[in-house]
Design a protein around this ligand. Structure first.
Ligand code: NAG
Ligand code: NAG
Ligand code: NAG
Ligand code: NAG
Ligand code: NAG
Ligand code: NAG
Ligand code: NAG
Length: 404
């Protein structure tokens, strides 16, 4: 691993070709460090997701490496094109790595992210009720599904549908009464629609093993989408450090997604980071370091979250040759490049200004104080239910939350 100093020296040599997107260092930044203002920041979680962006014909993100103090020891550098327009950052897997890496990035003096589009681009498990393996999905919601009570399967009351119970509730179907703030994030739906449209122009990768495996799901009409060829979907992502698998937990977390989004979320993919990434981005957005309406969450489907009828859950997770990992990785690039190029090509006409969301964007607390009210959440904090109907009321009631 290279030290921060040597990277800084290397970067300042590279930076001698001054480019339009670079602006003078902010007060407080090291004199030798110039500030990079990316148009797009691609966020990967581990090597295979990152590698698809290296050695591609469209741009070279390995032209400039910038070490981020506080980043994952495995992935110390943000990688950028020479002109700083496109960067790629690997944040590490699971919630703690994701939150810590993003929190470090958004407060790095080496970057101005105020107009940057963040494209979270990773693989995920997929719900066969909504989509098939190798598909590409864009989320409106990210839901932290395992932020709940849990009993061992040996102690679950016989009348409970799963061992997970929302915090502060007394049964699985009850709405939580204790809200931490990271349960749900809602992203810009206009940007989600636009990104999905771009991705639909891509021709997606698939494999013969995946074709054979998904056909098994066709015997259950509820899994018709799981048996269909890969496509681009707009549906929501679950976040859980626990890599859960099987029909019962898939349904339980699907139910929780429905519950916590007041019926508007559709659980389709499961991964280990997006709510953590979302929270770190949201906190930076509160401090005006970035624009939360410029976040895209793209997940490609690398495996089914549950077995097909008749198959053991363990077979689906451990032993089956689903054949979707390679195509899902490939599809991050095939679909994602359309989104990145769309932003770059449309920068001057539209994307520099931003794309206003016609839906609420932000967290369950309404922390961003936008003009649109949250369409989910009970707005409770520390078990104190807070009724809000007006903006002025929200300001008052949200204040204690923001100082924490
Ligand atoms: C940036 O880092 C990658 C490895 O992570 C390396 O292959 C590449 O050469 C580096 N680029 C520069 C300009 O040093
Ligand atoms: C389960 O049964 C217990 C005891 O009869 C009851 O108190 C509880 O409400 C039931 N829970 C559900 C989810 O039905
Ligand atoms: C998927 O990608 C692999 C590896 O690049 C390639 O060999 C295969 O032909 C592609 N298949 C389709 C259906 O695009
Ligand atoms: C999911 O919700 C449905 C409808 O309320 C219910 O019938 C089902 O048992 C739930 N499944 C789980 C695993 O909680
Ligand atoms: C977004 O909305 C704001 C306030 O309603 C408006 O001033 C701005 O021009 C809009 N921006 C775009 C790109 O439409
Ligand atoms: C969401 O559902 C909860 C629980 O039913 C309710 O308290 C809350 O008011 C709902 N929120 C919205 C925005 O409808
Ligand atoms: C957390 O994940 C849930 C489900 O995937 C999603 O609806 C919510 O928007 C996410 N929150 C953030 C802050 O990303």
């Amino acid at each position: 691993m290279r030290s921060f100093l040597s990277i800084g020296a290397a970067a300042s040599c590279l930076l001698s070709n001054v480019v339009a997107t670079r602006i003078p260092a902010r007060v407080g930044a090291r004199a030798a460090d110039s500030v990079v203002k990316p148009k797009v920041m691609i966020v990967s979680m581990f090597d295979p997701e990152a590698d698809v962006w290296y050695g591609i014909p469209e741009f070279d993100v390995l032209a400039m490496n910038i070490t981020i103090p506080g980043g994952s020891p495995l992935f110390p550098d943000v990688h950028c094109t020479a002109n700083g327009d496109v960067c790629q950052y690997t944040i590490g897997e699971s919630e703690i790595n994701a939150a810590t890496s993003i929190a470090s990035l958004v407060r790095s003096p080496r970057f101005d992210l105020t107009t940057t589009y963040f494209m979270i681009a990773g693989i995920a498990g997929v719900n066969p009720e909504v989509a098939s393996i190798c598909s590409v999905t864009f989320a409106k919601y990210a839901v932290q599904v395992a932020l709940q009570y849990e009993f061992s399967q040996f102690e679950i009351p016989t009348n409970f549908t799963s061992g997970y119970i929302p915090l502060g509730a007394h049964s699985p179907q009850q709405y939580p009464t204790s809200i931490y703030g990271t349960e749900v994030f809602e992203f810009n739906q206009d940007l989600q629609h636009w990104a999905a449209e771009q991705a639909r122009t891509a021709s997606l990768n698939d494999s013969s093993d995946a074709v054979a495996y998904r056909a098994n799901y066709g015997v259950n009409a509820a899994y018709a989408a799981g048996a269909a060829p890969p496509a681009v979907y707009e549906c929501d992502v679950a976040t859980s450090d626990v890599y859960y698998s099987g029909t019962i937990l898939g349904e339980a977390f699907g139910n929780f997604t429905t519950l916590i989004t007041n019926g508007s979320g559709v659980y389709c993919t499961t991964a280990q980071e997006d709510n953590a990434t979302g929270e770190a981005l949201l906190r930076a957005a509160i401090d005006k370091l970035l624009d939360f309406s410029r976040v895209i969450v793209m997940r490609t489907a690398s495996d089914f979250d549950r077995p097909y009828p008749g198959e053991a859950a363990t077979t689906n997770l451990f032993w089956a040759e689903q054949g979707a990992f390679g195509p899902a990785i490939e599809n991050i690039y095939l679909a994602g490049i359309k989104v990145v190029n769309g932003i770059l090509d449309g920068w001057d006409g539209q994307f520099a200004r931003g794309m206003n969301a016609s839906n609420y964007v932000g967290d369950i607390f309404g922390s961003l104080k936008g003009s649109i009210e949250p369409d989910f959440g009970p707005y409770t904090y520390n078990n104190n239910p807070v009724k809000r109907s007006t903006k002025s009321m929200r300001r008052k009631t949200m204040k204690p939350v923001r100082v924490l």
